[in-house]
Design a protein around this ligand. Structure first.
Ligand code: MTE
Length: 429
């Protein structure tokens, strides 16, 4: 690897060469002497020859009014696992975590999970009702909601079933599939408490039932403390309107809690005095234990991390030498305080570099730069949150909860990296 100064010198030299229009081929050997490509004997035509894109006019401003990623990024898309669900309308696809960097999930790449397909609702026909144990039942239009004070917050949404297929052993080959039921978005919305206060909650009103306007009529019971704490009624994601698949025009944001509770296409909030025990919080989204009993209401998403590169869909292509290991860490309890990385299956750990910004209940990006000697690696990451919670091994999870579970798998992931740079999902026993 070239050091920082050499990089700076070369970048300046390249700029000068391009602007002066000098004969590049004569200069290239000297200018690039510090960089690996320039060390090769033959001049690189990609730098010595003027290319088409450098010669001919490009598209005009009218070619793509909304904008889309480069044609060379066509592989970076949400993907599903065909055998996982019977029908695309009650299904899930996954965020391509291995192809992203930083902490923001672009809107078109946020994984989708819906039980009744994507509802298409015109905003002027959408209504939100608050009823039940309130002083004044209310119905809001989207315009009404936009008149309340709004806030912006960055939060992760993780489906409780994320990594669920991995409970009994390594199965899906790629972090998109093992960990891609998570996205991290800047939401703009109105704190839910403002709307509830407008309706006036009766003293007996201790629970809230949000309901979706989709054919699934998604409902979940949420304790009033949480509803009045940090929940949002959101209408924008990453600055623009929610995408239809994320609940356009209105969704509930329940920071740090399992994604199933983040009701999309939000149409109703009922205030009650006890939980409703509907389908999504009884037969689904509860954790079956080894003795046949189930954990009731496991709302918070525990501390978790995954190395996104290298990983099965993102092998090491450059051979030995300086290699950047990177990944994501998050906790439904707050911020991530530390991430450790192991290259030998958990025998030795090194503290990774956490890259700012760090927001509570948002994903964090970590990096660990190291010199790979071409040896086989067993890559793992282990996150610790600001409450001191430590991400467990998969074996520790199974010991505590048995093998029947699906939901809330925050166990440590292992990627085996072979000497040729390819990677595979494995488990260390
Ligand atoms: N809300 C409604 N109305 N209908 C749904 O099917 N799916 C839930 C939740 N909210 C769902 C819903 C589930 S299981 C999850 S994990 C999240 O939405 C997924 O949110 P996303 O599609 O924005 O990723």
């Amino acid at each position: 690897m070239t050091d920082k100064n050499a990089m700076a010198v070369n970048a300046t030299t390249r700029r000068k060469m391009l602007t002066s229009g000098l004969k590049l081929s004569a200069l290239v050997g000297a200018a690039y002497s510090g960089m690996s490509r320039a060390n090769s004997q033959a001049p690189d035509p990609l730098i010595t020859e003027i290319q088409d894109w450098n010669r001919y006019m490009g598209d005009g401003v009218d070619a793509n009014p909304y904008g889309s990623p480069s044609q060379f990024e066509a592989e970076v898309v949400r993907r599903d696992v065909p055998w996982l669900t019977a029908d695309a309308k009650s299904s899930v696809n996954f965020t391509p975590l291995h192809a992203l960097d930083g902490i923001i999930t672009p809107n078109g790449l946020c994984f989708e999970r819906h039980h009744g397909g994507v509802a298409q609702i015109a905003p002027d026909e959408h209504r939100l009702m608050i009823n039940g144990l309130v002083d004044t039942p209310l119905v809001f239009t989207m315009e009404d909601i936009a008149r309340f004070p709004r806030e912006n917050h960055m939060y992760f949404l993780e489906c409780a079933a994320n990594s669920g297929m991995e409970w009994r052993g390594a199965q899906l080959n790629g972090c998109q599939f093992t960990h891609g039921m998570v996205h991290n978005v800047l939401y703009t919305g109105v704190p839910l408490k403002y709307l509830l206060q407008e309706a006036g909650i009766k003293t007996r009103g201790k629970w809230l039932l949000p309901e979706g306007a989709d054919p699934a009529h998604m409902t979940r019971s949420i304790p009033m403390e949480k509803a009045l704490d940090d929940c949002l009624v959101a209408f924008k994601m990453n600055g623009e309107a929610l995408r239809p698949e994320q609940g356009y025009p209105l969704r509930l944001v329940v920071p740090g809690w399992e994604g199933n509770m983040w009701v999309k296409w939000l149409r109703r909030l009922e205030v009650g005095d006890e939980p409703w025990h509907h389908r999504e919080e009884t037969s689904k989204y509860t954790d079956l234990l080894a003795d046949g009993r189930a954990r009731r209401f496991s709302w918070e998403m525990d501390v978790k991390s995954v190395i996104t590169n290298p990983s099965p869909q993102a092998p090491i292509l450059h051979g030995q030498g300086r290699t950047v290991i990177t990944g994501l860490a998050w906790s439904g309890h707050g911020t991530v305080r530390r991430v450790d990385v192991s290259v030998d299956g958990g025998r030795n750990w090194t503290t990774a570099r956490l890259d700012a910004p760090s927001f509570s209940k948002s994903v964090h990006r970590f990096y660990h730069e190291f010199d790979w000697d071409g040896r086989e690696l067993f890559l793992q990451s282990r996150a610790i949150d600001d409450r001191g919670n430590v991400q467990p091994t998969k074996n520790a999870l199974r010991h505590a909860r048995g093998e029947n579970s699906i939901y809330h798998n925050n166990g440590i992931q292992t990627w085996q990296v072979r000497p040729d740079g390819s990677a595979e999902n494995v488990e260390i026993s």
